[in-house]
Design a protein around this ligand. Structure first.
Ligand SMILES: Nc1ncnc2c1ncn2[C@@H]1O[C@H](COP(=O)(O)OP(=O)(O)O)[C@@H](O)[C@H]1O
Ligand SMILES: [Mg+2]
Length: 258
């Protein structure tokens, strides 16, 4: 098993944001976690990545317990992350932004590579080559030397995915990669995820949008108010009355607000 989370729990004051959640990602899988807003998806994501400490439960990567490891240590063991909010460096090109992802797998940090200290030029060249491979994988080679901040949101998301892929992680975690995207941008991102899946990249996708996920994921875990309310194939989950109820409940709230 690439990833195994067991009984993960996290509270914020009186709110149990994640309540005893377990899930697995096997080699080559595209597993998804869906749920209405506030279900606990991002919190679960941060418990898995190590950016938030858990109040209970365990996380294993390649059957090794990583529950007590910091995010950078988890990254070095092969876990890569693309957060929900785009975090790109201003004044840097697409390939330079992707190179930032290379620090996880090199001896010297990314920053020292940029200082061009003796003996580190070769390393910088290796990172650049690996970053270009990731840029090509997401289909952005023609924009490699463009300033990242000048590109539309959909492309910036793809840069973030490329950065996560730099260094060939064994697991890619994506938090709502389609949020804020519509139409063609959204379709392009879905196709990118399908391409990565065909390339054998194991992924855990956290997503609010059921339609976006059903076409991509093999298995879906559905969360609502911190707990897992359903688990199964897209077809099973979509006809589950409990799942329909959780989403309808949210739509009703939205309709009232609108
Ligand atoms: N840093 C935080 N401090 C306090 N409450 C939080 C924090 N992060 C999330 N929560 C609460 O935890 C619950 C789950 O939030 P979140 O994981 O962001 O859900 P989702 O990503 O599914 O929309 C919500 O009730 C939210 O208000
Ligand atoms: Mg979220």
């Amino acid at each position: 098993m690439i990833l195994e989370a067991q009984g993960l729990t996290r509270r914020f004051g009186g709110v149990v944001a994640v309540n005893q959640v377990s899930l697995r990602v096997a080699q080559g899988d595209l597993a998804a976690v869906i749920g209405p807003n506030g279900a606990g998806k991002s919190t679960l994501f941060h418990l898995i990545s190590g950016h938030l400490p858990a109040d209970g439960g365990r996380v294993a990567l390649h059957d090794r317990d990583i529950s007590n490891l910091a995010p950078d240590q988890r990254a070095r063991l092969g876990m890569a992350i693309a957060f929900q909010s785009v975090r790109l460096f201003r004044g840097m090109t697409v390939v330079e932004n992707v190179m930032v992802g290379g620090h996880a797998w090199t001896r010297h940090g990314f920053v020292s590579a940029f200082l061009r200290l003796p003996g580190q030029r070769r390393e910088e060249a290796a990172i650049r080559a690996e970053a270009m491979r990731a840029v090509q994988l997401v289909g952005l080679e023609s924009d490699a030397d463009t300033l990242a901040e000048s590109l539309p949101l959909g492309v910036q998301r793809e840069i973030q995915v490329a950065r996560a892929l730099c260094g060939r992680p064994s697991l890619l975690l994506l938090d709502e990669p389609a949020s804020g995207l519509r139409g063609a941008e959204r379709e392009r991102l879905a196709q990118l995820i399908e391409t990565l899946r065909a390339e054998g990249v194991s992924m855990l996708l956290v997503e609010h949008d059921v339609a976006f996920v059903t076409r991509l994921a093999g298995r879906i875990t559905v969360m609502d108010r911190g707990s897992v309310i359903a688990e199964g194939t897209p077809a099973e989950v979509q006809r589950d009355p409990v799942v329909i109820g959780a989403y309808l409940g949210q739509d009703r709230t939205r309709a009232t607000r609108a």
